[in-house]
Design a protein around this ligand. Structure first.
Ligand code: PMP
Length: 426
């Protein structure tokens, strides 16, 4: 029995499923998860001292690679001054200034401690601001685990086959309307069915919780136009895409300005951080300036802010995202070529530093329905074969993969060679 297996058996006795977040338990691929004891650059080291090239990156935050020296230094320096004050600090101001500089639609910013808190708060704000109750989300998009957002959600909710979680009262869920990603007609139909009742649309501008689905050309501009027409708030959930698909996020990449934006993952540099922000006029509706309540004991925590700010500074380098995009393209096309050579039907998607691959005969995967049709059993076999080759992919067919600036050409070539080997065994 490996150390990871031993630890997993023990953990299951004290922690539900042995994990503190469901997808980590490998339910999506079967088998026992790796317990990780260390990570550096693009590599993970597990409890059995095996090294893996990592394409999960802690589910997104590690866009600069693990244990980046500048982030580590910033954290250690911050720790010297105390861990939390529960009072305003200058670094929160610096963080807000930096976020507004990189994402100009975020004129005002409020920090929180997770992506879930960011989306939950942004939706409460949109509801308070518009004085409307209904929200529109998309099937297969995940926005954290707040009650009203666990309706037809992606990520672990899909992996575990529980699109609608027990424990969410039907009365809460009734205000969540669900549309089809990349289908504007489905959105317009909801606005028409519920005139003047829709507070907001929340969308992952590149869907990353049903594998990786980029928006079709008309989709995001169409959502902007519908929100303008029906006076609803457009929320881009950039928890995953922020600072990853471009320095200014998906809104910069696709040149669409949302009213509110939610951030998480990279903004904390590996520490628990989220943020939401947008138009000053809307942001003024939250407490203490406005009536919509929102708060947090550890929000804007100085150690977390130091890590996040260091990450954003490291990312603010000209052409960094261009180079990251090129690496992602190299990996995705390499995987596709290797699959073709082995006679395996594979489709790939990528934007900036995120990618997805699908065991499917279809050339373009752009809808949730197509993702649901992919060969999951083949994915599971491929997953474990790749793990044996030292490549750590997201342990679910419904998650995007992540590149980091630390992945070298050699890492990518090794990954493609490993995949070529594994495709032949499928
Ligand atoms: N929104 C999106 C788009 C996400 O991908 C996630 C998490 N994967 C969340 C929100 C929730 O963030 P957290 O897990 O930090 O609560």
């Amino acid at each position: 029995m490996s150390q990871s297996e031993r630890l997993f058996e023990l953990a299951k006795k004290r922690i539900p499923g042995g994990v503190n977040s469901p997808v980590r338990a490998f339910n999506g691929v079967g088998g026992s998860p790796l317990f990780i004891k260390q990570a550096n650059g693009p590599y993970l080291i597990d409890a059995d001292d095996q090294a893996y090239i990592d394409y999960v990156g802690s589910w997104g935050p590690m866009v600069l690679g693990h244990n980046h020296p500048a982030i580590k230094e910033a954290v250690l320096a911050a720790v010297e001054n105390g861990l939390s004050f529960g009072a305003p600090t200058e670094i929160e101001l610096q963080m807000a200034e930096k976020v507004s500089e990189l994402v100009p639609s975020m004129e005002q910013v409020r920090m929180v401690s997770s992506g879930t808190e960011a989306t939950m708060s942004a939706i409460r704000l949109a509801r308070g601001y518009t004085q409307r109750d209904k929200i529109i989300k998309f099937e297969g998009c995940y926005h954290g685990h707040a009650d009203s957002l666990l309706v037809k959600a992606g990520s672990g909710a899909l992996t575990l086959g529980q699109p609608n979680s027990p424990g969410v009262p039907a009365d809460f869920a009734q205000h969540t309307l669900t549309a089809t990603f990349n289908d504007l007609t489905s959105v317009e139909a909801l606005f028409e069915a519920y005139p003047e009742q829709v507070a907001c649309i929340i969308v992952e501008p590149v869907a990353g919780n049903m594998n990786c689905i980029p928006p079709q050309a008309d989709f995001l501009p169409g959502l902007r136009a519908l929100c303008d027409k029906y006076q609803a708030v457009l929320i881009f959930d950039e928890v995953m895409t922020g600072f990853r698909v471009a320095l200014g996020g998906a809104q910069a990449y696709y040149n669409i300005t949302p009213d509110l934006t939610t951030l998480g993952k990279i903004i904390g540099g590996g520490m628990p951080v989220g943020a939401f922000g947008g138009k000053t006029e809307i942001m003024q509706y939250i407490a203490p300036t406005g009536p919509v309540y929102q708060a947090g004991t550890l929000s804007g925590n100085p150690v977390a802010m130091s890590a996040g700010l260091a990450a954003l500074e490291q990312l603010s380098v000209p052409d960094l995202h261009q180079a990251l995009t090129e690496k992602t393209a190299y990996l995705a096309t390499g995987l596709k070529q290797a699959a073709d050579d082995a006679g395996i039907a594979l489709s790939v998607n990528y934007v900036g530093g995120m990618f997805g691959f699908f065991f499917s005969e279809e050339a373009n995967i752009s809808t949730y329905a197509q993702v649901a049709q992919c060969d999951i059993e083949r994915f599971k076999r491929f997953y474990h074969l790749m793990l044996e080759q030292g490549v750590y992919l997201a342990p679910s067919a419904y998650e995007a993969g992540f590149l980091s600036t630390a992945h070298s050409q050699q890492d990518l070539d090794k990954t493609i060679a490993a995949a070529a080997h594994c495709f032949k065994q499928l």
